[in-house]
Write a protein of this length. Structure first.
Length: 338
């Protein structure tokens, strides 16, 4: 990779500094980030101090944190050498992966393989998507390997985003002929009838997160054209009744708001050559009191069936603003059912 670590003399005592040499000054500038913000993020998260000395970076701190910071700097530089960018989320992802390796027998030097091996890089027309936690990596692997996959966990963990990314990847690769994205149109505070316009106008606000995800992976004009040609469909769950969804990548989002009958109806739409992904958050059920969530029933009934995978996320997998994870943890701690 062209990076060398300068080690101190073997008889040095109380050494709390690791020196890393980066031969390409242009890449080193990108590694540090504007106003050294990338270094500041690593320093703040790992409680180390990073000092730049020409084409050297000195990492100062306790042994374990210093070693992890050095590993992350080397891996980020490796990304830059392959032409990839370095963003705050990439740094956070490497830190998460490094922390999750503790106590699991995974060597820190192996962490880069989590981003480069197998199908953990999802290529779309507009961007390259990479899982940023172990749970996300396992989830992406399951989406490629299983005909029916469930992603269950709190908001912000990438369940839907990664599912749509994989769907776009498989569509571009010719593995499926169309993408179908669906959600239950369940009111959460406002009634559908109070919204102005025709049925599409009333339903589209509920589907907006799915439009947002698609526009992140495909050019806007292409999305519009594919929707017009019905090669991409975004529709409420109720519109799925009576259909057979063959040669399609199908995503049901917010599945905790599907009733048991709706879930059974949707699952039995799976046709030849199709993949189906069900995502949901059991803590955000908006169904009327006393109505059983179809997601909970499906989880209970379908576990153990071959080619059906269940992947779970926690607040540790939240990849939105760091405060989101703390908010979820606070609500979980206050939940008497937990």
């Amino acid at each position: 990779m062209g990076i060398s670590a300068i080690t101190p003399p073997p008889n040095a005592e109380d050494v709390h500094e690791t020196l890393l040499e980066f031969p390409d000054n242009r890449l080193l500038i990108d590694l540090c980030g504007e106003f050294d913000r990338n270094l500041a993020q690593i320093e703040h998260t790992l409680n180390v101090h990073i000092i730049r000395r020409g084409n050297l970076l000195a990492v100062v701190g306790d042994g374990e944190a210093r070693g992890q910071a050095a590993m992350i700097l080397q891996q980020l530089y490796g990304r830059l050498e392959t032409g990839k960018s370095v963003e705050a989320g990439d740094i956070e992802g490497l830190i998460r992966m490094g922390n999750s390796a503790e106590g699991t027998g995974t060597r820190q030097g192996d962490q880069m393989e989590l981003f480069q091996g197998g199908r953990t890089e999802i290529k779309t027309r507009k961007k390259l998507v990479e899982p940023r936690t172990d749970a996300q990596k396992a989830y992406v692997k399951a989406l490629f390997e299983n005909e029916l996959a469930f992603g269950i966990g709190p908001a912000g963990t990438g369940k839907t985003y990664l599912a749509v990314a994989v769907g776009v990847n498989m569509f571009i690769g010719g593995h499926v002929d169309r993408i179908i994205l669906s959600r239950p149109a369940v009111e959460a505070g406002e009634k559908l009838g109070y919204l102005p316009g025709d049925m599409k106008d009333k339903v589209d606000p509920y589907m907006q997160p799915l439009y947002d995800a698609l526009n992140d992976f495909l050019p806007g004009k292409q999305v519009a054209k594919l929707i017009e040609e019905k090669r991409i469909e975004i529709a409420p769950l109720a519109f799925m009744r009576g259909r057979t969804l063959a040669n399609a990548f199908v995503v049901l989002d917010e599945a905790q708001n599907a009733t048991t009958m709706q879930m059974k109806m949707f699952l039995t739409r799976l046709g030849e050559g199709s993949r189906m992904v069900i995502t949901g958050d059991r803590s955000q059920v908006d169904l009327p009191r006393g109505v059983q969530s179809g997601l909970q029933d499906a989880e209970r009934l379908l576990k153990g069936i071959d080619k059906i995978s269940f992947n779970y996320f926690t607040s540790k997998d939240v990849v939105r603003h760091p405060l989101v994870a703390k908010i979820i943890e606070a609500y979980d701690a206050d939940d008497p059912a937990k």
